[in-house]
Design a protein around this ligand. Sequence first.
Ligand code: ADP
Ligand code: MG
Length: 887
Amino acid sequence: MNNVIEGYTRCVQLINAEYQTLVNLSNDELRSELSCIEHHIRYSDDKNKAINEYLVKVYAIVKETARRFSEGNIVVTANPYDRLLATSYDFVEIQCDKAIYKNRWDVGGVPFVWNMVHYDEQLLGGILLHYGYAIEMATGEGKTLVATLPVFLNALTHNGVHLMTVNDYLSKRDFETTCPIYMFHGLSADCIEYYSRNDERMKRAYKADISFGTTSTFTFDYLWDHIAIRPEECVQQSHNFAIIDELDSILIDNADHPHIIGGANYYDIGRVYQENFPIVKELIEQGEGVLYSRDKLSCSAKFTDKGKAWLADKTEIPDLYNVERLYEIEDFDKMSTDAQNSVREKLDLQNVLLRLLLALVIFERDVDYIVSDDSVKILDQNTGRVKESSRWRHGLHTAIEIKENLKAKNDFDAMAVISLSNYFRLYDKIAGMSGTIMPVEDELLELYGLRCTSIPTHKLVIRKDEPLRIFKTSKDRDYAILDSIIENHSKGRPVLVGSKSVKRSEEICCLLDEYGLKYNKLNAKTIKDEAMLVAKAGEGDTITASTSVAGRGTDIKPSQQAIDNGGLMIIGTELFESVRVDRQLKGRSGRQGNPGSSVFFASLEDDILLNLDVEDLESLKECASRYSDSEISYDDIRCYFDKAQSNRELYFKTHRKATAYKDNIIAPQRRKFYQQRNSVLFNSDVAEHIIDEIVKEKHIDKRSIDPNLRELYSKTNELILRSRITNPNRKIICVPFSDNMCPFAIFFDVELAKMGYTYFCKEFKRQIILQVYDQEWKKLILYMMGDLDAREIEMLDDRYLKMIDEIHTIILNRLQNATMPFEVRDNHHICEDGSIDKDEKLPRERMHRTEKMRVESNAMCPCGSGKQFCECHGNSIRRSNERVRRR
Ligand code: ADP
Ligand code: MG
């Protein structure tokens, strides 16, 4: 036992002693005991200090509540909150003045009966989580229950507790499993995964004392809140305490993938990719190493010098590769716009060619992505799930769409980005848990300041992990896997066959088909049946072929018959990229002292061996040649697989550090920037103040701006009146403007806009500031997300300063030059009540665009039709533009 644990063991004893005293309380008394504590915390000056003081008492109450739920229904005197709950949740029923909390309810549509009371190890885990530790607790030790303790305690401050995990299935499952415990004591809890951002209930879910959700949704909502134009669009309230389940998966495996929101500018770039696709294909046909080289490990490929010359020739652009980095050109900023554009076009084409190369030689179907519903969908390598509505950046996604012969979807710019480490720095406190923490202890401390500790299991783990079985060829390995499946299946044991990719899993399924074995498939393509497939996976004669989908958090309960036959058998069809992931899969078996076993298979043809250096590879071969059998499961061979795996881990670790480094440079600026943006979002006076500063800085007479705004106001008012004719209930109108450089649109509240110029001005100024901020911030991000070299990373700071300067110029420009890109006809009189004389309708053909002006295609059409611009007048304009382009 380590020191940390020893220190807190005394606290566990105190909780248990307190717990004993609660037995004689009535249910109502138990509730009022808690509400007294809640009252004290609510009115104490230092809430965090107060919850520390009440830890023992509260943990005892939670444990006692869990015990009462285990023993059957709980009857209490109904209060208004119980009555409210009863309207939405089946587990509460009101009978006259009593509320009955049942101990059975549905979790994921499957019936569930509560029968858990916190063990000492779970109390210990709960204490450590409260004090901000990352705790390692083996699979099946009941981390979901552990979390109820610190979540409950910290929720008493009403400052919000965010309980996060890796996927929405687990998030909803854990919420549905535990919410009655919180709600019984009057705390509010919800899961953000049920709602979309524009759903009012989403805001409510964030306002709850306890919000469950995936890290990804939490992070994206943070970013969305910082590109919101209206305060009411924001959903996330605070960043008080985050508890992260499957912590290493989120903070380590996902640390490489910053969260990015795309939007604003949509490009139809498919054509360029389509045109260049045959060229790159032809280049590749000349063989690896000649015109291009690739490194499968780092997922990178590049053209050789010879390849670049070949491409310059093929594309008939002799100087295509003369410049590859902008900073190679001195005084780029001073070049003429045409010359700058010419350089940029070449860089863009270089990018297109490179992405096509990557799409063809690195990214693999059913490994990196799947094709479904005529779309390329990214597979999350850690969770085995589809990353819905996510696109690879820099045109890579488009390149893959072209490769798969699909229609290329529009691409977009990144608008907001944050790495997980910087997202979690927003929280006052974070803690987390997983079955595999200790292997990444140092990194968690370095990147997130998290202290780690491991908690002993409640019962001895008796799962038998057999040593790695190695074969000379992949074919022999697969037949050995098949034999092992058949052998265990015939003993009446459930078998879980885990593979790294959908492709690999399908290979195994083919083998099983060949031998007429029945099995269930659990992967990104069958995810909708996850709860049902998981429930079945513990039954005696079930074979489940799965990807990493079943690798984390999934609780497979073996049936009694399965336990009698030896428990769940885990078969790994190859080694994963880290020991942690292997251990996660193994951990599905042998939960809570159950019997079970695991075995992993490998072959000398496996990709993992690419992580060895040449010398090691040579000596592995030499070593293997000494054995004549096909199976070479010897320790002197196994050590090479260990080394390959640890090299892979090191590679990822280095990569994570580099990503963190880049995001850390931008972090202080983002903080400053977002603070400023938020103050404008929530207060239009701040916008006014910023404009005053800019006007001063640029030596402008502020009064010169006013006539332009007045003119815009009268035109806007006219549009509002017109739009009311088609829809008298309209509350918001989106008015398109242009500053002769860029189109932009402003949303006005119809009622307020009608009332006066002051509101119009405030909104106009506030929203242009927000939009210009976002537009320029996006450019910075776009740059930052590129494949920057060291020099470019150093230049990030300068970029930021340049951005701020540009923002000021653009804001001023918009104030002075904004016009409405439509002729608003004035030969028909609009009455004050919004009606128009005669049976006037706005004829489509009379709507003109003034020169060079464009309206955001997703904005509402100002004709008042209620349709988007691109579907209304914008459609005809787009078509006529296309005609012009084709000519
Ligand atoms: P982990 O997340 O640690 O892998 P889970 O929280 O999924 O584990 O719990 C695994 C299983 O153990 C669940 O079926 C849960 O019902 C059961 N369990 C957890 N704690 C207890 C307990 N104190 N008493 C009885 N069963 C428990
Ligand atoms: Mg879990």
